[in-house]
Structure formats: structure tokens, C-alpha cells
Ligand binder design. Structure first.
Ligand SMILES: [Fe+2]
Ligand SMILES: [Fe+2]
Length: 320
């Protein structure tokens, strides 16, 4: 049976043999107890990222290596279940002619129109009054060096916003949340200015933390330093290039970036020390949590009333 999209694979297909065209985005070669090589693979298309086993890797090692990086392949496999998750056991795989397909068609992307996101980002920038704060964003985001990457990068490996344009979509969501709080609580303009800047920059370091899609892993910089410190470090360096940048603004913005995970146990080296930083943390958490619940519910194709337990939230969600 040919499957058009991986999301169409559900429990009713258990033990069935299916065929699909997918992007092979990860191959982790392992060995069984009897010293035979097999591969844990990650396959994906626009609709879903899924794990697969390939027990016959050893016999086909040369062929698979010849596929190159991130090949698009036609697979045949059997639908199984492992630890409550659907998993595919691959029987055979053949590379698809690269003229016929493009990698972009296999990478999940934000469903929000890109032009409208670009416009919204600019609108928040325009709300900032202080020229030195605009200048910081000109250097960090609206520059030839970073703009393209900032607009296309993903914002996570799993859990939330792990798709093309994910960082931009997440940043905009947080901007909308924090701005609503700022207006509702009637914050003075200088605090609103700082809040917009720290929000735009809070996850900036994810551009350096995560490898380019379709790879979903961390870079060495990401592993060793992480996006919180990367964002703060680059921001500090850019601030140095700006003439007469006020010290208080620097401290408040850097604290907002460093404190955005809200607590030491979640990776922030300091706690949020300003009302702006606390608002940013709350907005960031809301964006991430809600997106993870919605994405989890969408992926869940089972017919039960509740989803499985979502580990980052610690509970199941009612689907009706
Ligand atoms: Fe973050
Ligand atoms: Fe964030």
C-alpha cells in the first residue's frame, strides 16, 4: 500500500507493509548482541518525523553510504509499535532520482504566511523609540549577515517550533504575548522598548545552536555553550560596537536574555531581575507550552479520548 504522507500511518495499519517516499534525515549505525550492524533511522516528510529500524543495514552498507547526505528514498516497510509509538521496520530502500524531488518538500515548515510574519516583525521593530536599541537590532537581525537565517531557522529539536521558519514564528508569538501584557499593565515606553529588544533576541542563539534542517541535531557550539549564553554573548559584542550605548539598557537586555528560561534548573544562569524579563519568561513559556500541546494533539491519530502523556507538561490532553 502506498502512503502519500507519513501522518497517514496509524494503528489501523499495524503489521501492514507500506511504501512511501521520504527524506532519510538520520542514520545511526548500531550493533546487535550478535555483532551484526543495523541502523536506527529517522525518516520524514512535510507531515511528520518518524523513527525506523533497518535490520539489513550490514548487507546494504555500501549502497546506503553511496546515497550521500539526506537522500530522498522510496521505502518499503512494515508498520510496528514500540513503547506505544508507531515505528517502521524498513525492508528495502531505493534512492529517488534527485532531479525529480527537492529536499524542501520534505521539511516541515510553518503554516503561517512568510510575508505576513516578516511584516509583523518589522511592525514590532517600529514600536521601538530609542535609536540605539534599533541599531542593536539592525546589527543582530536586520543585517545581510543574519536576516535570512533568522527568518528561516527552526527553534527546537523536538517539542515546539521544530520546523522551517520556526524561530521567526516563535519570536513573533512571544512578541505578541509580551506586548499585550505591556500595554495591559501600562508599562512606560522605555520598558516597552527594552522588552521588545530582549524578546527579539532571546532565542537568537538558536541559529548557532541547531544544525541546518533537515538535520535536527545540535552543533558543537550548541552542545558546549547553548543558545542562552550564545544570544547574550553576541548581543554584548554588538552592543560594544554602538557608540554610547547606556549601561542600564545593556544590563536589562542581557538579564532578560539570560533569564528567559525562568529558573536555574531550566538552564538560565540568573533569574529574571526586571518586570520586562519576567514578562518575557512568561510569554516564552506560554508560546512553547501551547505549541507543544497543539503539535502533540495533531500528531496523535489514535481514536482514544485522551492523548498519551506529554512529557514536558506531565499530563494527557482531552482531544474532543
Ligand atoms: Fe530559549
Ligand atoms: Fe523562546
Amino acid at each position: 500500500m502506498f502512503i502519500k504522507q507519513l501522518k497517514d500511518i496509524n494503528k489501523s495499519l499495524l503489521n501492514e507493509t507500506i511504501e512511501a517516499v521520504v527524506l532519510l534525515s538520520q542514520i545511526n549505525v548500531k550493533t546487535t548482541k550478535t555483532d551484526k550492524k543495523y541502523a536506527d533511522m529517522v525518516i520524514q516528510d512535510v507531515s511528520k518525523v518518524m523513527e525506523a529500524k533497518y535490520w539489513d543495514y550490514e548487507e546494504n552498507e555500501e549502497k546506503i553510504k553511496g546515497f550521500g547526505n539526506n537522500p530522498i528514498v522510496q521505502i518499503q516497510g512494515i508498520v510496528g509499535e514500540y513503547n506505544g509509538q508507531l515505528q517502521l521496520t524498513i525492508r528495502s530502500l531505493e534512492k529517488v532520482d534527485s532531479d525529480k524531488v527537492t529536499i524542501k518538500d520534505f521539511i516541515p515548515a510553518s503554516t503561517i504566511d512568510f510575508n505576513s510574519m516578516e511584516k509583523a516583525l518589522k511592525q514590532f521593530y517600529d514600536k521601538i523609540e530609542k535609536p540605539h536599541l534599533r541599531e542593536l537590532l539592525d546589527k543582530m537581525i536586520f543585517s545581510e549577515e543574519f536576516y535570512q537565517d533568522f527568518c528561516t531557522h527552526h527553534a527546537a529539536k523536538k517539542v515546539h517550533h521544530n520546523f522551517y521558519h520556526g524561530l521567526l514564528q516563535h519570536t513573533l508569538e512571544v512578541l505578541k504575548f509580551v506586548y499585550t501584557v505591556a500595554i495591559t499593565k501600562k508599562l512606560p515606553q522605555h520598558r516597552i522598548d527594552r522588552l521588545i529588544v530582549m524578546t527579539m533576541l532571546h532565542d537568537w542563539g538558536k541559529m548557532l545552536e541547531y544544525k541546518e534542517l533537515p538535520e535536527l541535531g545540535l552543533t558543537e557550539e550548541g552542545m558546549m555553550i547553548g543558545h542562552i549564553v550564545l544570544s547574550a554573548h553576541y548581543t554584548m559584542n554588538k552592543i560594544k560596537e554602538i557608540h554610547n550605548f547606556p549601561e542600564e539598557d545593556k544590563l536589562v537586555i542581557i538579564n532578560g536574555i539570560l533569564g528567559h528560561h525562568g529558573s536555574l534548573e531550566f538552564g538560565s544562569p540568573v533569574l529574571p531581575k526586571t518586570v520586562e524579563a519576567q514578562i518575557l519568561h512568561a510569554g516564552d513559556k506560554m508560546s512553547g507550552d501551547i505549541e507543544s500541546i497543539l503539535a502533540f494533539m495533531k500528531e496523535d491519530t489514535e481514536e482514544e479520548t485522551f492523548t498519551k502523556k506529554l512529557w514536558n507538561m506531565g499530563t494527557e490532553y482531552y482531544k474532543k
